[in-house]
Design a protein around this ligand. Structure first.
Ligand SMILES: C[S@@+](CC[C@H](N)C(=O)[O-])C[C@H]1O[C@@H](n2cnc3c(N)ncnc32)[C@H](O)[C@@H]1O
Length: 175
């Protein structure tokens, strides 16, 4: 059994988007809050973790990570294009550390996923099912593992984990 975490806090500089959802949302505008989180991930989740951020803050946040992390990408073929923002911001980095070692027989997972933003309304940054399934595969997560969804928001990642582990169970049962 392995224990993984997915950390999806308010992105650096975007605390105000969550001020009505959480009293300490603005603390995420300080890089130190992200440094503390990254230190916690390294300390508490040696099996592996993934951390979402924006492409504009990668320059600040990547140096706060251990040198062994990998930078992966969530590419959004359809996203909200805004007037006067050209080129559009249409991908997000995902920093990943660790994960289960794979055998040669296992399928290879790409270091990017292309999937559209969720149509779920109400919370900026809710993650779509395709993103979550890809992130679980990147970590090599399996039924019986623990996936701590540290900033659940809509709960979509936790719901996806339940679906993912059910799917793996169906596979196991049918051979
Ligand atoms: C990017 S959203 C998470 C979206 C989630 N992954 C989803 O798919 O719905 C960040 C969440 O962190 C919450 N949050 C903000 N500040 C926080 C804090 N200091 N401690 C814990 N959660 C916080 C926000 O209210 C929001 O629900």
């Amino acid at each position: 059994m392995m224990r993984f975490a997915y950390a999806d806090p308010p992105y650096l500089g975007c605390g105000k988007l969550y001020a009505k959802h959480h009293p300490e949302a603005l603390t995420w505008d300080d890089p130190q809050t992200h440094r503390d989180l990254l230190d916690r991930l390294v300390e508490e989740y040696p099996d592996g973790w993934a951390y979402s951020l924006s492409s504009t803050t990668l320059r600040t946040l990547l140096p706060l990570c251990p040198p062994t992390v990998r930078v992966m990408a969530w590419v959004k073929p359809f996203c909200s294009f805004k007037p006067n923002v050209n080129p559009a911001y249409a991908w997000e980095p995902v920093i990943v550390m660790g994960g289960r070692k794979r055998t040669r027989e296992e399928p290879t997972v790409a270091d990017f996923v292309a999937c559209n933003i969720t149509l779920r309304k109400g919370l900026t940054g809710a993650k779509p099912l395709g993103f979550s399934f890809w992130m679980f595969s990147v970590l090599g997560a399996r039924r019986g593992d623990i996936m701590d969804d540290l900033y659940p928001g809509t709960g979509s990642v936790t719901m996806a984990w339940e679906a993912y582990t059910r799917q793996v169970r169906m596979f196991d049962d049918t051979g």
